[in-house]
Each structure stands twice: as structure tokens, then as C-alpha cells.
Ligand binder design. Structure first.
Ligand SMILES: CC(C)(COP(=O)(O)OP(=O)(O)OC[C@H]1O[C@@H](n2cnc3c(N)ncnc32)[C@H](O)[C@@H]1OP(=O)(O)O)[C@@H](O)C(=O)NCCC(=O)NCCS
Length: 236
């Protein structure tokens, strides 16, 4: 369905949970059952099944549970970078070895209507991002969703790498486009890296740019953002 990253990143998509519930760790089943809504529980299970499938394709046989961190983040094994997203009864998970890709984030969104887009843009987009959206009046919903989704992917990517005091704002990430495609995301404010990830500091300075990708399947848009291995290997 989606193929958003290149080699070294393993992506899994899950729609039907009924056949694969037995992939889940008992602690993950317990966590899911604690949610108040059935939808949230199913989303959680779909996401964890996708994560387990992606880990398995990556050669990581996860006998441990993927628990939930204090801010809702999935707690991946030490050597793994990963991200989970769900929308419209579809979940996607992406994982990579941290030595190839120390940070990655994905976000799956259902494309919004023009009416919702207008409200959303005022909250999340810069002047130049708004100009890119308005340059294609037929696709205002699609382009607004793209900006929102890429910024959500940025949030998920950056969260594990920055200190707890950092609160990322939509204005901290600027998406740059070429024609109809996103080219890269640029950090508009210097962020403090966590002590254990201090080699990331150079990548979290104002002006740092990150590769991005967008993929559309019917009414779903998958965004991805990552810090790649080559630049990090040079910095280590
Ligand atoms: C956390 C957040 C990104 C989740 O996004 P969403 O579109 O609501 O939901 P998605 O389905 O795409 O993603 C949910 C998954 O994100 C993951 N997640 C939750 N919190 C996370 C965090 N702090 N860091 C990384 N991943 C996180 C979880 O895996 C979750 O699924 P799960 O609970 O089933 O494990 C969103 O709610 C949020 O808080 N966004 C920040 C808003 C903001 O300030 N953005 C500025 C961007 S520059």
C-alpha cells in the first residue's frame, strides 16, 4: 500500500486486526483493554500489530511488549527508531535500526475538506505554506492535510531526540515545496538534544533541514520525515 522510505526502513500497514491479535504481547492486550473507547482500543491494537510486523521484517523478534511512554510515545527497543500512526481504521508503523536512521516520524491522515482546511491553516501554517496551498484552489484540502501531516510527522520524529522541556510548535517547522511536491522541512528554532543523543545537536540547530516524503492512497495521506544515516555517521 505505502512504500514511503527507501532501504533500511521497514514499513507495515494493518487494516484487519482480527486475524493478527495473537501477535500482540499480553501486556499490550492489557494496555489496549484499558482504553475507554472501542475505537481507541482497536486503533492501538492495529498500531501495535503493524509495529510488530515491521520489527519482524526488520529481523527483530520482539518478545517484549511495546509499552507507552509518559507522553503517549511508543517505547521502542534501545537500538530501534520507530513511529506509529492510524487513521480511518488503517495503521502504519515504520521502524529502522538507529545506526541507519536515529530518528524517524510518520503520520497518516485522512484528507480533509476545504472548509476544515481553512480553519486548520490559520493555526498551523506560515505565510509561505499558505501561499503554496492557495496556489492550487482545487487541492486546498489535500495540500492543507499535507502541511499538517508533515508537521505531525516532524513532532513524532523529534520527540525522542529532544529534552522534555522542548515543546515543539507548528511554527518551529517550515515545509518547503517544489511545485506540487514537498522538498524538505526546515527547523526554525534550535532545540536541545537529550544528553544521550547529544550527537544530534548539529541536526537540531535552527536552519537544519530534514528529508520528507508524502504518499497518497485514495483518501489517505502518509507523511514521513527522518534524519538519515550518512549525515549522522559523519557527525558521530
Ligand atoms: C502525539 C500526536 C503527534 C499523535 O498524532 P495523531 O495524529 O493524533 O495520531 P496518530 O494516529 O497519527 O498517532 C498516534 C500515535 O503516535 C504515537 N505517539 C503518541 N505520542 C507521541 C510522542 N510524543 N512522540 C512520538 N510518537 C507519539 C503513538 O504511537 C500513537 O499511537 P498509539 O497510542 O496507538 O501507540 C498528536 O496528538 C500531537 O500531540 N501532536 C502535537 C501537536 C503539535 O504541537 N505539533 C507541532 C508540530 S511541529
Amino acid at each position: 500500500m505505502f512504500s514511503t522510505f527507501g532501504k533500511n526502513v521497514f514499513l507495515a500497514v494493518v487494516e484487519d486486526i482480527t486475524t493478527d491479535l495473537d501477535l500482540l504481547h499480553p501486556d499490550e492486550l492489557l494496555l489496549g483493554e484499558r482504553f475507554n473507547s472501542t475505537k481507541r482500543c482497536e486503533d492501538f491494537f492495529r498500531g501495535r500489530i503493524a509495529a510488530r510486523r515491521a520489527l519482524s521484517v526488520a529481523g527483530c523478534q520482539a518478545s517484549f511488549p511495546l509499552l507507552i511512554g509518559e507522553s503517549g510515545e511508543p517505547l521502542w527497543p534501545e537500538t530501534i527508531a520507530g513511529s506509529i500512526s492510524h487513521s480511518s481504521a488503517v495503521a502504519v508503523a515504520a521502524v529502522a535500526s538507529k545506526c541507519h536512521m536515529p530518528l524517524l516520524g510518520i503520520d497518516l491522515q485522512t484528507i480533509i475538506t476545504i472548509e476544515r482546511a481553512v480553519k486548520l491553516l490559520g493555526r498551523i501554517a506560515s505565510d509561505s505554506e499558505r501561499a503554496w496551498v492557495n496556489a492550487d484552489p482545487v487541492n486546498v484540502g489535500l495540500r492543507s492535510t499535507a502541511i499538517f501531516s508533515l508537521k505531525e510527522a516532524a513532532y513524532k520524529m523529534l520527540f525522542p531526540g529532544v529534552t522534555e522541556e522542548e515543546h515543539l510548535r507548528f511554527s518551529d517547522i517550515e515545509i518547503h515545496f517544489e511545485g506540487e511536491h514537498p522538498r524538505f522541512a526546515r527547523l526554525e528554532r534550535t532545540l536541545a538534544a537529550r544528553a544521550e543523543d547529544c550527537y544530534l545537536e548539529g541536526f537540531l540547530s535552527r536552519g537544519a533541514v530534514f528529508p520528507v516524503n508524502l504518499e497518497q492512497r485514495d483518501s489517505l495521506l502518509l507523511s514521513a520525515m527522518w534524519i538519515d544515516n550518512v549525515r549522522v555517521t559523519l557527525a558521530r
